[in-house]
Design a protein around this ligand. Structure first.
Ligand code: COA
Length: 217
């Protein structure tokens, strides 16, 4: 199992965060040794790259946070299809095998509490924007406002720079005001809207973008 460890001389890369190197627990660098991992300075949350064995937990966590966020009026067929197909174990197993996809998870006391799903090669609906997409970002409600979403986004920004992308982008449902506030607080700019078609219905999504400057996050 890959673990993130905090070196003695770790340099802060953002408020409340510490840059860490990926090791196998014995000090040896594992897969993707060029990645910086982050760990909250104020609690025991750790962050690591997801592996295929995580697919079940990722699927359950994603489904739970998705329903908690979007099923305020109950369950309908569209929501049920999203959970049982797009967020299924099989779907994440496929994503974890793709070279163009990277997933990272946040863990607290041995339990998965958040995840970020990155796509290195997807196309932004705004043709003026090229860069890495944050396809999903989910933090369980009891762990909101502890800096976990921010840490996962910082990790994504480090990966974006490492992949030599100039920008990081995502789409957020226009009605998800909390998420839009969250991204605004991290410096993401709203550059327009794009419809998200699902089961024949169109939903307005906002396109949010952050340009990457040179240097470390
Ligand atoms: C959006 C989400 C990822 C934020 O994660 P989080 O771990 O709670 O966010 P953080 O603790 O890192 O917040 C960082 C800053 O963002 C802003 N922020 C976060 N949540 C906010 C909210 N609900 N309302 C307003 N601002 C918010 C604040 O400035 C916050 O700093 P502060 O707590 O010191 O004031 C999380 O709420 C979530 O998973 N929501 C459900 C799924 C979702 O909407 N995902 C995004 C889909 S596009």
């Amino acid at each position: 199992m890959i673990r993130a460890a905090v070196p003695e001389d770790a340099e802060p890369i953002a408020t409340g965060l510490i840059a860490v190197e990926l090791t196998d627990g014995q000090g040896n660098e594992e897969k993707c040794p060029d990645i910086h991992y982050v760990r909250s300075a104020c609690d025991e949350t750790t962050y690591r790259q997801a592996v295929v064995e995580d697919a079940q937990c990722i699927s359950v966590l994603a489904s739970q946070v998705f329903m908690d966020t979007y099923a305020a009026r109950g369950v309908n067929r569209d929501l049920a299809i999203e959970v049982t197909s797009t967020l299924s174990i099989e779907s994440f197993l496929k994503r974890l095998e793709l070279k163009t996809v990277e997933l990272f998870v946040a863990e607290h006391a041995g339990y998965m509490v958040g995840l970020i799903d990155l796509d290195l090669e997807s196309t932004c609906p705004d043709p003026a924007v090229t860069g890495m997409e944050v396809l999903r970002l989910y933090v369980q409600r009891p762990f909101h406002r502890r800096g976990i979403g921010c840490a996962l986004m910082r990790l994504a920004e480090v990966r974006t720079r490492r992949a030599s992308h100039q920008a990081i982008w995502l789409t957020a449902w226009a009605g998800n005001l909390a998420a839009r506030d969250f991204y605004r607080s991290l410096g993401y700019k709203d550059v327009g809207s794009t419809p998200y078609f699902f089961e024949g219905k169109a939903y307005e999504n906002r396109i949010l973008v952050k340009q990457m400057s040179a240097g470390v996050a």
